[in-house]
Design a protein around this ligand. Structure first.
Ligand code: DGL
Length: 271
């Protein structure tokens, strides 16, 4: 039996999903949350679909042991490859970041030309393009992998010459397609919003999947009467698969607040 006080479980390949957690905390501050960052195996974006799916199941199994009421796959790569498989195997609501981002892009575009940027694996999966076309069959989707954005953000280089040159080099082709909407299809990219926006120009609307995902979570919990109505802020627990120090240092920047309760764990592949 699920209850309002049970936590929302969120996983990502590492720290990037904290951009999603941040929006959950912004929109639903009373919710208890448990976050798992698979920092020992990040990045997922360069791995095969089989490997990403196996990791997703292991992460899901761990979060289930925390008695969660809803599962969020904050990682775009994991969502785009393994959301359906995980959804089919569990009895809880599972929210990914692809559908919410696709929905927001379709309602934002005026000329029907939508760009999507993400990891290699996300772009190769065509998950965003398929989700967008399922909502609007006439939409034109231009997808582009921008793998170097992840290490740039991890290094904290979210502005300045290197970030601007990288964005300019990656995005020039997609800018020439005449898109009016660009989906930031990777957990790390919202931190590069200023540079990406400068590169794309003021007429291109940026879609932050993290914000849209938080709205989707609110809608699902409300529908299931599982929204926590408490006045006090919810509890925050963090788990990582590698040493917590770097996660805390970089993660506090992603999250914009302190990370106090953090534990290193081993994930099990046993069913
Ligand atoms: N979290 C991943 C994503 O959103 C980016 C980092 C990685 O490749 O694991 O796609």
């Amino acid at each position: 039996m699920r209850s309002k006080d049970m936590p929302i479980g969120i996983f990502d390949s590492g720290i990037g999903g904290l951009t999603v957690l941040k929006e959950i905390i912004n929109k639903l501050p009373a919710e208890n949350t448990v976050y798992l960052g698979d920092t020992a195996r990040v990045p997922y974006g360069i791995r095969s679909p089989e490997t990403v799916t196996r990791y997703s199941f292991e992460n899901t199994r761990f979060l289930f042991s925390k008695h969660i009421k809803l599962l969020v796959m904050a990682c775009n790569t994991a969502s785009s490859i393994s959301l359906d498989a995980v959804r089919q195997s569990v009895s809880l609501p599972v929210v990914g970041v692809i559908e919410p981002g696709a929905r927001a892009a379709v309602s934002a575009t005026r000329n029907g030309k939508i760009g999507v940027i993400g990891t290699d694996a996300t772009v190769r999966s065509n998950a965003y393009a398929n989700a967008i076309r399922a909502l609007d069959a006439s939409a034109e989707v231009f997808s582009l992998p921008c793998p170097l954005f992840v290490p740039l953000v991890e290094e904290g280089w979210t502005e300045g010459t290197v970030a601007e040159l990288t964005a300019g080099t990656y995005l020039s082709d997609i800018r020439d397609k005449g898109i009016d909407t660009l989906v930031l299809g990777c957990t790390h990219y919202p931190l590069l919003k200023a540079v990406i926006s400068k590169t794309m120009g003021p007429d291109v609307k940026l879609i932050d999947s993290a914000i849209e995902t938080a709205f989707a979570i609110r809608d699902i919990l409300s529908e299931l009467s599982l929204l926590r109505a408490d006045q006090a802020a919810g509890s925050r627990e963090f788990y990582v698969t590698d040493s917590p120090e770097k996660f805390v240092a970089v993660g506090e920047r992603f999250l914009g607040s302190r990370i106090d309760v953090i534990t290193k764990i081993e994930l099990s592949s046993e069913v």
